[in-house]
Design a protein around this ligand. Structure first.
Ligand code: GCB
Length: 597
């Protein structure tokens, strides 16, 4: 299976059974993998009686034991094998009417045989599980992972048998006030094993991770690092970029890390030429291969510079909602459809809102030449002064940066969306900004902020967070939540910061096929007219360097119940959930086409 999934980066949280933390990456055609996608046996467990006993204590004999009655007198009150199944990858909400609104725990079980090569190590890898996953193999706990949109893995080498393994995962998507995201969002809380699951085999000492990108500000110097995991820390590493004539050796230090530093004459990646190079990293015990693009991204005053040249980010926001069928998007085809529509719109940029999307999206963006704004679900009213919430957000940030740090397409890490001003929030977000910079110094940092009025017609961006960002993001709904569309004609924009601005959201709802007056809500004409007024206003903002209107396609939201119009869909899409383009699509398409003349 030569799917993109083979390239996925892996990260391990705490593996209770193996007792160690391993960061590793499986990005290699050379690696042996086995997909565990398909039907899994499942038990819906709203009271978590498969986990807790009747005194609400964790039970040593939970469903993870996969018990079977041995005699006809034995009492066992569950049975995976005669329970119904759910498809993985996939959310449970759209696979069963009973689970459509369900928020709670579901147990998943998959049985498999596996012949491990001598001395090899094996890991079980999850593309994502929303929201908390407790993972068990053959009745033993491997560990727990929190966060619904980033990959994780556990080493299973010592627990693996040649035949009759059973992998059991409890996935719980209950919302929590202290979680990331918190209780309130404007998207569907799709639960389950929403992305690919697979086994990955590696040598005993493996190349566990690497960072190979142009140094900030340079167009020919590649700097980064390669990390080993295992007993043989001291090795010679060779980085090869055959097409650019690069083959350079580096030695690892006592911790198994080699610093990479080389110069090369490279064709730079850009939307016009999405050049990716085959890169191989060879250690003595392992080898990985990747396709990597090289480009520089910087700001100067209010400019955004791609490869040293000013660029305008013609973007659109996207939720991870599957086109046509609905539910969480997870496949390469979903990514090609969504990004294909963005291309048709004339976009060179997408905002992947409001959480890390599946890896196919960034891999396809790399190939198609679409720049990416990547975001973590620090959304609205996070519990700013709770240290565990901050730790959780930092972990999700580190996991997405770990996965996507070698993708040229990703140009912006966004820390947060529409968060309310305050001391605790500022220190939380400053912490994230500093952390992101420490993990990746090559990309731009942003956040979608709010603006406020000074007088009736002046909009000001002066959120104190702006001081710590490279690029300002601003959400505004003039013409929808804020007045009628022609209000935009009278507005002036000011900023406290000499920095580029991306208008990270604007828009309004329209039900595809509903027609009426330009002032009749929910009609395509209203939305079309709103875009006209918006775009005229945006053209007058001198420091504007990008737009990602809300949103490419309609998406499900529990906050949107209006019958016959919303029916639990946010209708701000330029395209309906069935793939029909609304009138506003063509207004934006024209604007983006004019920008390229
Ligand atoms: C926003 C949020 C976005 C919502 C959107 C809306 O400001 O950032 O998540 O979906 O408005 O449609 O109200």
């Amino acid at each position: 299976m030569k799917s993109l999934a083979l390239f996925a980066a892996l990260f391990v949280l705490v593996s209770a059974a193996q007792g160690q933390r391993v960061d590793l990456i499986a990005n290699s055609d050379a690696r042996k993998t086995m997909s565990l996608d398909g039907q899994w046996q499942t038990i819906v467990d709203p009271y978590e009686s498969g986990y807790y006993d009747y005194r609400y204590q964790p039970s040593p004999n939970g469903y993870f034991k996969n018990a079977k009655p041995k005699t006809e007198s034995d009492l066992v009150e569950y049975d995976f094998d005669s329970s119904s199944t759910l498809k993985v990858p996939g959310d449970w909400n759209t696979q069963s009417d009973q689970l459509f609104f369900y928020e709670g725990s579901v147990w998943y079980k998959k049985s498999f045989d596996y012949q491990r090569r001598p001395n090899a190590r094996v890991f079980v890898y999850f593309g994502a599980a929303n929201y908390i996953a407790d993972v068990y193999l053959n009745g033993e706990k491997l560990g727990q992972h929190e966060g619904g949109f980033t990959p994780f893995n556990f080493e299973i080498t010592n627990l693996l048998r040649d035949s009759g393994n059973f992998l059991i995962v409890k996935v719980d998507n209950k919302r929590r006030r202290d979680a990331v995201p918190t209780l309130m969002t404007d998207w569907w809380n799709y639960g389950g094993l929403t992305r690919d699951v697979k086994l990955i085999e590696t040598p005993a000492t493996l190349i566990s991770d690497y960072f190979i990108q142009l140094q900030k500000g340079s167009r020919d110097r590649v700097v980064g690092w390669v990390k080993l995991n295992g007993a043989q820390f001291s090795q010679r590493i060779i980085v090869r970029i055959p097409e650019a004539g690069v083959a350079k050796a580096f030695a690892t230090d006592a911790s198994g890390t080699a610093l990479v530093d080389l110069t090369a004459d490279l064709k730079l990646w850009s939307p016009e030429n999405a050049k990716l190079y085959d890169v191989t990293i060879e250690a003595e015990t392992d080898q990985v291969r990747d396709q990597i693009g090289f480009r520089s991204i910087e700001t100067r005053g209010t400019e955004i510079l791609l490869n040293g040249r000013p660029i305008f980010l013609r973007g659109v926001s996207i939720h991870e909602e599957a086109p046509f069928r609905g539910g969480r998007a997870y496949s390469r085809e979903d990514a090609q459809t969504l990004l294909g529509w963005a291309k048709e719109l004339g976009a060179n940029f997408v905002r992947l809102a409001h959480y890390p999307h599946n890896e196919h999206m960034v891999r396809e963006a790399d190939r198609m030449g679409i720049m990416v704004w990547s975001e973590i679900p620090v959304y609205w009213t996070i519990l700013w002064d709770n240290p565990a919430t901050l730790e959780n957000a930092r972990n999700q940030l580190s996991e997405v940066i770990a996965r996507d740090k070698n993708r040229a397409a990703v140009v912006i890490w966004s820390m947060a969306n529409e968060t309310p001003l305050g001391e605790a929030r500022l220190s939380f977000l400053r912490n994230l900004v500093g952390f992101a910079r420490s993990l990746d110094s090559t990309r731009l940092i942003s956040a979608a902020m709010e603006r406020h009025y000074v007088g009736a017609t002046t909009q000001v961006i002066d959120d104190p967070l702006g001081e710590f960002l490279d690029v300002l993001g601003c959400n505004e709904y003039v013409g929808w939540y804020d007045g009628l569309p022609d209000k935009a004609d009278r507005l002036e924009w000011r900023t406290k910061y000499e920095k580029p601005l991306i208008m990270s959201e604007f828009g309004g709802d329209a039900l595809f096929g509903k027609h009426g007056d330009v002032l009749a809500r929910w009609t395509e004409e209203y939305q079309e007219n709103l875009y006209r007024h918006q775009l005229a206003m945006l053209k007058r903002i001198p420091f504007l360097r990008g737009t990602t209107p809300w949103i490419l396609m309609d998406f499900r939201s529990p906050r949107r119940p209006l019958p016959k119009i919303q029916d639990y869909w946010n209708r701000k899409g330029l395209i309906s959930n069935r793939g029909q383009k609304k009138k506003a699509f063509y207004v934006l398409q024209r604007y983006y086409s004019d920008l390229q003349k």
